[in-house]
Design a protein around this ligand. Structure first.
Ligand code: BES
Ligand code: ZN
Ligand code: ZN
Length: 506
């Protein structure tokens, strides 16, 4: 099975110019609720601001955060359309996330327009990068499965220019390069999540990873079902055996010359999770096409790491299988052997993510990394506990703190969760080394206890449960659309950069 796949990202540029005379389809400007209502433009003339402010006030603009107001540009600007996005109060320095959200709100509202220019108050290169990132991610659309050319042509914004007073600055170039790398990676992850699970069995996900990483310094190898069986990858094989479409373990390795640190990242890649014989209820089963979000995040992260030339070694594993209840499916009560030989009693076939992760975590430790981070849509309990926008982070205290700090910069919500010791005993099995479920209460926490058994002794470890935020079934917001979010990619890149800079230490 093969397909040609490349992520589609809007063109990003930075140049100087007056927002009201810039040639573009749409000019996006920023407003604030300060002084009743004001235009916050670094480059607009005072006369221009007065006119635009009056026109926006006439249609009820207030400048509050998340507000998007669209007016005709005729008589005011070279652009046919002016979009004013509210930043709320700008008395305090704007955080990168405020800028990402505002830029995303604007481009997200502009389906059908091609070329936009953005005039935002971007002082630092971090802020510039945030505007570019938010605008590019807000301009995302997924139309791979639309047949009608009419629907396809109502496409997302394809060209984004951010106006800046110092476009030639080296820091500007760096910000632009970084924004391109991050959005390209996130779009890859979003596309993979949004793709129909019919079209994305493990083999195709592996082929997409291979295509994404071709022409980079990342080497990729894919174990097929024969190699997995021969290698003793009993977790991945057991989950995949109920499907006619066999599992894959994708290994990606990035080893820049002179790197002194080495981090392993491991992603859950269940291309569809029916629950297996412990079948899920039908209500929102279709959302289980997003159960490969962890795998998508680690694959995407490898591309960003290579694009950014990060001076740190990274090895990634994406453990991919389709969890189906076919005639060969595993049964509740089956005892399987994970990679390395530890046995697992499978009491619930819907707790499959931890089975594929067990194999990958044991394998990852063989590469002798300094730390390992796994990322997975692992438990419904994480969604119950933290809602749709916040991920849980578990594991060693220091690693948890590193992830939380890195996530804050990325504008992704991660909350540290405990691993209460009494939740380990219920995972004891009568017949095997461990059972794959414990007690119901605190399900996110006992899942982490299960994984811990497969993390090498003394290897610093963080477990990221992204079951809530990986897939947005709620209303779109900021630069987040409905559907695949691409959650975790930007946090993982930040974690790696924090190790490089020494901000993160083990
Ligand atoms: N993929 C699910 C977790 C999930 C649920 C992700 C909702 C996103 C949204 C996972 O494989 C699963 O089904 N976990 C079970 C574990 C239970 C049987 C111990 C769950 O959470 O119910
Ligand atoms: Zn499941
Ligand atoms: Zn699952």
């Amino acid at each position: 099975m093969s397909e040609n796949y490349t992520p589609k990202v809007p063109g990003l540029t930075v140049k100087s110019g007056n927002p009201l005379t810039t040639v573009t389809d749409v000019i996006i400007i920023a407003t604030s609720s300060d002084a009743k209502f004001s235009i916050v433009s670094p480059a607009m003339t005072t006369a221009g601001k007065v006119k635009v402010r009056r026109a926006l006030l006439a249609v009820g603009a207030t400048g509050k955060a998340d507000e998007v107001v669209r007016i005709a540009g005729h008589g005011l600007s070279s652009a046919a359309v002016i979009v004013a996005v509210g930043l709320g109060s700008v008395k305090d320095a704007l955080t990168p996330e405020q800028l990402r959200r505002a830029a995303g709100n604007a481009t997200r509202s502009l389906m059908g327009f091609k070329k936009v220019a953005i005039d935002f108050p971007t002082m630092s290169s971090d802020q510039l990068c945030a505007v570019l990132e938010g605008a590019a991610l807000g301009a995302y659309a997924f139309s791979d499965h639309k047949h009608s050319t009419l629907q396809k042509s109502r496409s997302a914004v394809s060209s984004i220019t951010v106006l800046s007073s110092n476009p030639k600055d080296p820091a500007t170039k760096t910000a632009l390069h970084r924004a391109r790398a991050l959005t390209h990676a996130v779009v890859f992850a979003r596309d993979a999540i949004n793709t129909s699970p019919l079209h994305l069995p493990p083999e195709v996900l592996a082929s997409r990873a291979t295509q994404l990483l071709a022409d980079t310094s990342v080497t990729i190898s894919v174990l097929d079902e024969k190699e997995l069986l021969a290698g003793g990858y009993g977790g991945i094989m057991a989950v995949g055996q109920g499907s006619a479409r066999p599992p894959r373990l994708i290994r990606m390795s990035y080893q820049p010359d002179g790197a002194t640190q080495h981090i392993a990242i491991v992603g859950k890649g269940i291309t569809f999770d029916t629950g297996g014989i412990s079948l899920k209820p039908p209500a929102s089963m279709h959302e289980m096409k997003a159960d490969m979000s962890g795998a998508a995040a680690v694959i995407a992260t490898m591309r960003a790491v290579a694009d950014l030339n990060l001076p740190i070694a990274v090895t990634a594993y994406a453990a991919c299988a389709e969890n189906m209840p076919g005639g060969m499916a595993q049964r509740p009560g089956d005892v399987i052997s994970a990679y390395g030989g530890r046995t697992i009693e499978v009491l619930n076939t819907d707790a499959e993510g931890r089975l594929v992760l067990a194999d990958a975590l044991v394998r990852a430790a063989q590469d002798n990394p300094d730390a390992v981070i796994d990322i997975a849509t692992l438990t419904g309990a994480a969604v119950v506990a933290l809602g749709h926008r916040t991920a849980g982070v578990l594991g060693d205290d220091s690693m948890r703190n590193i992830v939380v700090a890195a996530a804050e910069t990325a504008g992704e919500e991660f909350w540290p969760m405990p691993m209460p010791v009494e939740l380990r005993a219920p995972l004891d099995s009568l017949v095997a080394d461990i059972a794959n479920i414990g007690i119901r209460e605190g399900g996110m926490l006992s899942a982490a206890w299960f994984l811990k058994d497969f993390v090498a002794k003394d290897l610093p470890w963080a477990h990221l449960d992204i079951a809530g935020p990986a897939y947005n079934s709620q209303a779109p917001h900021g630069y987040t659309h409905k559907g695949g979010v691409g959650f975790g990619v930007r946090t993982l890149v930040n974690v790696l950069e924090d190790f490089i800079s020494g901000v993160a230490k083990i």
